[in-house]
Design a protein around this ligand. Structure first.
Ligand SMILES: [Mn+2]
Length: 452
């Protein structure tokens, strides 16, 4: 039996009535830890990793607080390291996880937490220190106080116990790289655990899918709110504000990436995120946004007519992009590669362009890739040559961009690969021209005119 500490998170608390599709999380028990942890799920992840390693000690640092003076921050001054979060579910800074995997002995899991500092807590709030709270909240039985030399000693001891190499997370931005270099230069057999962790992360488990579902549901509601609010004369940043306000209202932790709200000429700029232009009647606006929830982000794009009604030309282009996307989603199933899905999209567009894009087909105006992996990062980890397997999550986002006409259309949905095909996680955001127009016209009737 799985023990769901997270029951409230999955089913929605008493406040769930606020929103039909997005359950509201319970208040975290301890801010320094993050949300309640599904202890069994994280234990299973650690066990899976240790089993794959066989013998060895795996050392995983938590993130450090960000630098408010030196870094450009979009949100809080701390976001947990993805690998550390993947293996613990907690949002405590400066912690370390040490896993000892051994073929013949017992596996061993130790969490090192910095001791709480009362003076510091005045600034950043109550932290999670070593002690009974930490054991109870994480399900990790061995929780020890962190000291600068404790990780070096734990790593050495782990190597002796396991008889295997020292694995750790090696990537460029890791602020613990000095320590890792020191281990390597001391002649130890130090290896990178990142490729193995990335391969585990590509197949989402139950907690991963639950977090993604929620991030996507919040995002779909934000996009829908944006559709209801959009009108001629509104600035792109005002539309952005409506969408992001909805994200926060529904409990999103932060944005997965800067929101793209591009109208008219900006609809043809793929990663436009200045969002400063005033939207004019008759234009399209491309909204490409993602709320982050529990360290997982959505990535959803909708293209809407600023006036609430598509012109015939806009509708024709839109319908070709939508039909292309539907042809691709139809083709999603285990065993297929992202490369093959790209061919499905290109072929469909070529066969159905007619003379919409002049001589030649519209494919030459589809200037970016069709898909990327989605998860803890908007462009999530994973090799693009892998065949799809149940539990993988990817975006499907065809587009056509006609700069001479100031006309860009992109439609992006988040898709979970199932045993037999695909589930569209982002189906909550209106997607056909009819649905979008109906919603926008409904909103027009109920909105005060003028103002913004
Ligand atoms: Mn995307």
């Amino acid at each position: 039996m799985r023990r769901f500490v997270l029951l409230g998170f999955l089913l929605g608390g008493p406040l769930a009535a606020q929103s039909p599709t997005v359950p509201v999380a319970p208040v975290p028990e301890l801010p320094g830890a993050g949300r309640p942890v599904d202890i069994d799920a994280y234990r299973a992840r650690r066990a899976r990793l240790m089993e794959r390693v066989g013998s060895g000690v795996i050392v995983v640092p938590a993130a450090h607080p960000r630098d408010l003076e030196a870094e450009v921050l979009q949100d809080n001054h701390f976001r947990q390291d993805d690998y550390f979060f993947y293996l613990t579910g907690i949002e405590t800074p400066n912690a370390w996880l040490v896993l000892v995997a051994s073929m013949d002995g017992e596996d061993e899991v130790t969490l090192y937490l910095p001791r709480r500092e009362r003076g510091m807590e005045q600034w950043t709030g109550r932290g999670l220190g070593p002690g009974e709270d930490a054991v109870r909240l994480t399900g990790i039985q061995r929780v020890l106080p962190y000291a600068p030399d404790s990780i070096d000693r734990a790593a050495a001891r782990g190597r002796r116990r396991s008889g295997g190499p020292l694995y750790t997370v090696m990537y460029v931005a890791n602020r613990d790289n000095d320590r890792i270099r020191r281990w390597a230069s001391s002649g130890q057999d130090v290896r990178n655990i990142v490729p193995l962790l990335d391969s585990l992360r590509t197949i989402k488990d139950e907690v991963g899918i639950a977090a993604l579902r929620r991030a996507v549901a919040i995002t779909a509601e934000g996009v829908t709110a944006g559709m209801s609010a959009a009108h001629p004369g509104m600035y792109e940043y005002q539309l952005e504000a409506v969408i992001e306000a909805r994200f926060r209202h529904l409990g999103a932790d932060r944005l997965g990436f800067p929101s793209i709200v591009g109208s008219g000429p900006n609809s043809t700029v793929l990663h436009y995120d200045m969002n400063r232009r005033q939207m004019q009647a008759g234009e399209l606006v491309v909204v490409d946004v993602g709320a982050e929830y529990a360290q997982h982000t959505a990535d959803v794009t909708r293209t809407l007519p600023v006036s609430g009604r598509f012109t015939e030309r806009q509708r024709a282009i839109y319908d070709l992009v939508l039909a292309t996307q539907e042809a691709v989603i139809e083709a999603v199933k285990p065993g297929v590669t992202i490369g093959e899905l790209g061919s499905v999209a290109r072929r469909y567009m070529a066969d159905h362009s007619g003379n919409l894009c002049g001589e030649g087909d519209c494919g030459r105006y589809f200037v970016h890739g069709l898909s990327h992996w989605l998860g803890m990062r908007v462009h999530d980890v994973g090799d693009y040559r892998m065949v799809l397997e149940p539990g993988m999550v990817l975006t499907i986002e065809p587009g056509i961009y006609l700069p001479e006409e100031n006309l860009g259309v992109r439609i992006e949905d988040d898709v979970l690969v199932t045993q037999t095909g695909a589930e569209i996680l982002s189906a909550g955001a209106p997607r056909t021209t009819t649905e979008i127009e109906r919603l926008m016209q409904l909103a027009e009737g109920s909105q005060p005119t003028g103002g913004n």
